[in-house]
Design a protein around this ligand. Structure first.
Ligand code: URP
Ligand code: ZN
Length: 464
């Protein structure tokens, strides 16, 4: 592994602004940031002596390995707060495991992932956490977890406290999928009280599970079994009603709430209203909901089934509301909900949309999509991009300032971004372990020149 000691002429972008600097790295930490010239940073009279510039792709440890970042932007390494690697489902495991998924994340500039611990029925949460941590050992970047209570029992508050002692601050519950991991209202309220009481944060998959189950059955029984039945079985109100309900219950329980994968305009408004009323409610958007349209479900099975995820893709008004929510602070983070499946797993539902593997990939493309379609399209500022991509997810989930920041003493997780790159996303070139890509053919501007994790150069796209 190649240790990095200096990054020179970096245009450092933080949630509060930009400045030119030399960055010194040592022992996996940011040792110093030395602003250069009068560019918004603190002017410095004696710029640092330059370590020798090493252009080789193999920066040997101890040689003063330096990277010339002139013309590049430097961001904190990305923090993706929502991924499902190697997730067991009735259609088989999601196709990226911790090794391949973390490699794809790094290729796209994400150095920290937050995945989920989903226990088996009856399994104690700390035991499930230990198992999942072992499963994640092959990851090449930093991996953390949200722990999912899938049922209520009287000992659950103690289990949550035990997880808190092991550093887990965030928990995840599902209002959908009631036949397997979803909670009924009574259990949900109890879990909210337990998490709030322990000083934790509850992330919630907000969809009205019972209503969706009824719609799915009715659609199937009346002969609507193609992919286009999927969005019909999960219309926008089945999400926004659940968001409204979760906000009300979290308020009663005194529990901070983070709504995952917000997709509908009405949900954004509920979150905005709750925040205005002073409640601790946050929301997350996903690139697929920000960029792709529900008309994709009208295509033939092989094309359309690739886009089956929950909640489903929506329409133009919803996308506009999501972008607006990201820009005005109603929504705090962008996570990918990375949960890819192979086409053969999708094909399991060829005759019954309810059996199509549920989830899509995207961990590799979060930075490029958000930069191209957010920053360059004028929807969000560059500073807001850094906040949504790294700073806020790290803060919300208790990882800041070690992750998601470029402060002295933070972990040396950095993304050196080449804004001049132009390319297209394709399954032919992506690193995700998946035989298709939902963003196939989409143009992107910018890509990682280098990605550094823990002071080590793990991605190097510099010309040889
Ligand atoms: O469709 C999705 N989102 N699959 C992953 C599991 C979940 O619901 O988050
Ligand atoms: Zn998810």
């Amino acid at each position: 592994m190649d240790k990095v000691h200096w990054i020179h002429d970096a245009r450092v972008v933080t949630p509060s602004g930009e400045f030119l600097a030399d960055i010194q790295v040592d022992e996996g930490k940011i040792l110093d940031i030395r602003p250069l010239g009068n560019t918004g940073g603190v002017p410095q009279e004696n710029p640092p002596a330059r370590a020798p510039l090493v252009r080789s792709r193999n920066l040997d440890a101890g040689d003063g390995g330096s990277i010339d970042a002139k013309g590049m932007l430097v961001f904190p390494g990305g923090v993706d707060p929502h991924v499902h690697l190697n997730l067991p489902t009735p259609a088989g495991h999601s196709s990226d495991d911790f090794f391949s998924g973390s490699r794809a994340a790094l290729a796209g500039g994400t150095t920290t992932l937050i995945d989920f611990v989903t226990p088996r029925k009856g399994q104690l949460l700390p035991d499930a956490l230990r198992e999942r941590q072992q499963e994640a050992a092959p990851a090449l970047n930093s991996c953390y977890f949200h722990v999912s209570p899938i049922e209520w029992r009287d000992g659950l508050p103690d289990e949550i406290r035990a997880c808190m002692e092991r550093g887990v601050r965030s928990y995840k519950v599902y209002m959908a999928y009631k036949e397997s991991i979803g909670l009924d209202d009574d259990s949900l309220l109890k879990v909210m009280r337990a998490v709030g009481g322990a000083g934790g944060l509850l992330t919630v998959h907000c969809e009205m599970g019972d209503e969706i189950e009824r719609l799915r059955t009715t659609l199937h029984e009346s002969g609507h079994s193609s992919v286009s039945a999927h969005p019909r079985s999960r219309p926008p109100h089945t999400e926004s009603d659940a968001v409204k309900k979760a906000i009300k219950m979290a308020g009663q329980a005194g529990c901070p709430l983070y709504v995952v994968h917000v997709s509908a305009a009405a949900s954004v408004q509920h979150i905005r209203d709750a925040r205005k009323g002073g409640q601790d409610v946050m929301g997350e958007a996903c690139p697929h909901h920000l960029l792709l349209d529900m008309s994709l479900y009208q295509d033939d099975f092989d094309a359309a089934s690739a886009y089956v995820m929950s909640p489903p893709l929506r329409g133009e008004q919803d996308r506009q509301a999501l972008w607006q929510g990201l820009a005005d602070g109603t929504l705090q983070a962008v996570g990918t909900d990375h949960c890819p499946f192979m086409m053969a797993q999708k094909a399991r539902g060829r005759d019954d949309f309810r059996k199509i593997a549920n989830g899509v990939g995207g961990v590799e493309h979060r930075a490029a999509l958000l930069y191209t379609y957010g920053v360059l399209s004028g929807r969000i500022s560059l500073s807001r991009f850094v906040d949504l991509f790294a700073g806020q997810p790290a803060r919300i989930f208790g990882l800041y300032p070690q992750k998601g920041s470029l402060e002295k003493g933070a972990d040396a997780d950095l993304l050196i971004w080449d804004p001049a790159y132009r390319g297209r996303i394709s399954a032919a070139t992506h690193r995700q372990h998946c035989d298709h890509n939902i963003y196939e053919g989409m143009e992107v501007s910018g890509r990682p020149l280098c990605v550094i994790h823990d002071g080590r150069l793990l991605v190097d796209n510099r010309p040889a």
